[in-house]
Design a protein around this ligand. Sequence first.
Ligand SMILES: Nc1ncnc2c1ncn2[C@@H]1O[C@H](COP(=O)(O)OP(=O)(O)OP(=O)(O)O)[C@@H](O)[C@H]1O
Ligand SMILES: [Mg+2]
Ligand SMILES: [Zn+2]
Length: 257
Amino acid sequence: MSFDPKHWSNSHEGVCEKHGSWQVTLPASVTRVPTCPKCRDEEREARAAEERRVEEEQERLEHIKRLVRLVRAPPRFANAEFDGFGDAGAAQSRIATIVRNYANAVANQTGGGRWLVLVGPPGTGKTHLGIAAALAVAREQRRALYLRLPDLLAALRASYAKGATESEAEILDDIAKNFLVVVDEVMDGLSDHGQRVLFELIDNRYARNLPLIIATNCTRLEFEAVIGDRAADRVAEQASYLSCNWTSYRRRRRETS
Ligand SMILES: Nc1ncnc2c1ncn2[C@@H]1O[C@H](COP(=O)(O)OP(=O)(O)OP(=O)(O)O)[C@@H](O)[C@H]1O
Ligand SMILES: [Mg+2]
Ligand SMILES: [Zn+2]
């Protein structure tokens, strides 16, 4: 038998609406209907691009999940949202909007390193709002952290003990890595150690122009006295005070249930 390419390949041709006339030579074993090779390349590229897009979206969602975990919201507040916040009246609604807009600005880096201090009596939703802000920022793929000052001070005291696994510097560095920090439960009767730690934290945010939310049961004047002059001076420059002054959500819930 003589060598005849026709036995192992076939030539096809046609006209594509998009690419004009085309010609392909395919092995005889290929049974699919031949089409424009440029269209085939384009389809293959589109499929690959779609696969990449799906993969990137999965990575984005995984990244967000990780960042949401890193907020370290306590279980009760794990899903704290702004939606539905404001049923205690106009003042509450106004403050919820301010905090929501603040979180958006932080996420978009248009906040210019401004701070918020949520002041007010127990049960008014300060923790809820602070965490809702941190979670909103995390969902926009920026690191945010919620921490209770008493917990931080306890962790630091533990770090001074012999054989501690983490040093003070490591704990503070970990906090400093966050784009937004929410410091809760800044309370009356702060020790010298507490004041020093809080000052470090505040001055770190200040020097780096980074956002900060503080929540406290103190009034503004009490708060300034509690944190000390040097911290209060920086807060006075950077922060807006939001007075959460409505009926305790906890009590209202008890009364209506
Ligand atoms: N508008 C609201 N909508 C839904 N839940 C709310 C609202 N306000 C507060 N809560 C809920 O009420 C409870 C009390 O709120 P939160 O703990 O945030 O108050 P707080 O101001 O931080 O109080 P404290 O000063 O005692 O720490 C929480 O369970 C919170 O999720
Ligand atoms: Mg609270
Ligand atoms: Zn084509």
